[in-house]
Design a protein around this ligand. Sequence first.
Ligand SMILES: CC(C)(COP(=O)(O)OP(=O)(O)OC[C@H]1O[C@@H](n2cnc3c(N)ncnc32)[C@H](O)[C@@H]1OP(=O)(O)O)[C@@H](O)C(=O)NCCC(=O)NCCS
Length: 279
Amino acid sequence: MLPDSELGAVLGVVRRCLAADGGLPVTGEPSFVNRRYDGPGTVRIGAYEQGRLVACGAARPYAHRWSLVGAVDPDFRGRGLGGELLDRLMTAAETVVQVETEALTPAAEELFHARGLRQVFAEDVFRLGPEVPPEQAALPDGIRVEEWGEETRGAFCQAYCASFADRPGYPGLTLEQWVSWLVEDDFRPDASLLARDAAGAPVGFVVCAEGFLVQLGAVPAWRRRGLGRALAAAALARLRAAGDAEVFLDVNVNNPASAALFRGLGFTGVSRRARFERR
Ligand SMILES: CC(C)(COP(=O)(O)OP(=O)(O)OC[C@H]1O[C@@H](n2cnc3c(N)ncnc32)[C@H](O)[C@@H]1OP(=O)(O)O)[C@@H](O)C(=O)NCCC(=O)NCCS
């Protein structure tokens, strides 16, 4: 069991993995790492070489299951450390085991399959860097946009529900549930836009946080008419004008339409977040 005094060393290993494998910058922040390595009931283990922490992992009880994370320093891979960590954590954990990764590598995928874990979720992290020129994309005729506000958030939620209803796993959130999920400290109402048609009906939306495009949607009747692309381009222009040099977003691997849209705007993939499960 790794002592609390090793949490700084854990952060060091995680950051070296982030630099080598890619991933969202937030995954290298102490708060993100501590949530996974330092909660109540968490089992934390590590491997050392000449007194230096070179691999670490944790199993934490989470919503009726055990969630496992692990990291092997890039210089110490290919020696069986990841497999050893995983085996020990799976033994320590009880009931349903879910393994989380913020940057799936081919070696990790092979290891998870070899241990009987199956992928239950995967999304690609995309990044738009400051070197990509801004995209100008006109809104389709008859469309006007409004910013997020107290008086528009209900219409944003209508656009969200109508756009996402045909997505696999659509949770059917109420306005309150969606807003409390969406609006956190870094939410950016100025870069969150609602599209209305000529009759005023909500037909598309985009919502953003600092340096992050959270969701984009166009209702089915308005798809393939340039609405999604124009909303995304307008939101990106606002984020950039406010000083966000880079913008990230996640796209589920089962959403090739969305991936094509964002690649077309200059985004490139930086990592794959995934969850694997063993029952
Ligand atoms: C993804 C989505 C927002 C696209 O909106 P849209 O208004 O239809 O997109 P656009 O017309 O602006 O298309 C822009 C580009 O995206 C890509 N694209 C859009 N829909 C596509 C599809 N069904 N298949 C393949 N590529 C597609 C194309 O590259 C397209 O450019 P093109 O028309 O020149 O080929 C819309 O399909 C949607 O709301 N889906 C459900 C919600 C969702 O998945 N949101 C994204 C995740 S946050």
